[in-house]
Design a protein around this ligand. Structure first.
Ligand code: PEP
Length: 249
């Protein structure tokens, strides 16, 4: 039985006061025993301060450096070891915004995932097709190729989570049909079986991300092989983030 994971990706949002207040509000909600896991991924600027607050949930980065070293001449980069040192438990890698705006290939995403795992973080690896790829009927081969190219051999159900995020659904209010979500998540798990073996693949969590809101969360999170959600915009308001999480009580 896979425990659901409700994860918030704050992206490049929140100055200090706003971010600390949001984190405290989420930590207040998540103080007790929950039947699911919760993760927030604030911007790097606030990661250390937020991770230092008392909390019982995961706190993660949104990216780590690809550089093969813990420290060195990589101006502007923050290594997985540094993220871990700040008190983080997780990191996202391969978000479509980084693939599109920073030209990150599957090989880069895979290398980042390896750095994160080696540093003792749980890595959330994002995959997903563009609108053009979906309209060309290529969503399945695109996503399964991303799984083959981005998931390292050392991935396990404990140190790795997959997030399927159709690019055209991110921040647009559009969501795939539940049948489409089921098809892709099933294909992702089948591909994970080929790459990592049945035992690991059966236990690995596959999140859905892309315009998850309180109004559609229950339906999306009940689709087979959907083991949680990666939430962008709706994670910036504690009421919305928590309303999504509450569908899982
Ligand atoms: C995201 O950026 O990971 C995301 C899913 O965004 P949104 O929920 O705003 O579509």
């Amino acid at each position: 039985m896979r425990r659901k994971l409700i994860a918030g990706n704050w992206k490049m949002n929140c100055l200090k006061n706003e971010g600390l207040a949001l984190a405290k509000a989420v930590f207040d909600k998540t103080n007790g025993d929950l039947p699911f896991d919760v993760l927030i991924c604030p911007p790097m600027s606030l990661l250390g301060q937020i991770a230092a607050l008392p909390h019982k949930i995961g706190v993660g980065a949104q990216d780590v450096a690809v550089a093969p070293k813990a420290m060195g001449a990589f101006t502007g980069d923050v290594s997985a070891e540094m993220v871990k040192d700040l008190g983080a438990t997780h990191t996202i890698v391969g978000h479509s915004e980084r693939r599109a705006m920073h030209g990150e290939t599957d090989a880069v995403v895979r290398a980042k995932a390896e750095r994160a795992i080696d540093a003792g973080l749980t890595v959330v690896i994002c995959v997903g097709e563009t609108l053009a790829e979906r309209e060309a009927g290529r969503a399945l081969p695109v996503v399964t190729a991303q799984i083959r190219g981005s998931v390292p051999e050392k991935a396990t159900a404990e140190n790795c989570v997959i997030a399927y995020e159709p690019v055209w659904a991110i921040g647009t209010g559009k969501v795939p049909t539940t049948a489409d979500v089921a098809e892709i998540h099933g294909a992702v798990r089948a591909e994970l079986k080929k790459v990592l073996g049945t035992d690991i693949a059966d236990k690995m969590r596959i999140l859905y991300g892309g315009s998850v809101k309180p109004s559609n969360a229950k339906e999306l999170l009940s689709v087979s092989d959907v083991d949680g959600a990666l939430i962008g915009g709706a994670s910036l308001k504690v009421e919305d983030f928590w309303a999504i999480a509450e569908t899982q009580f």
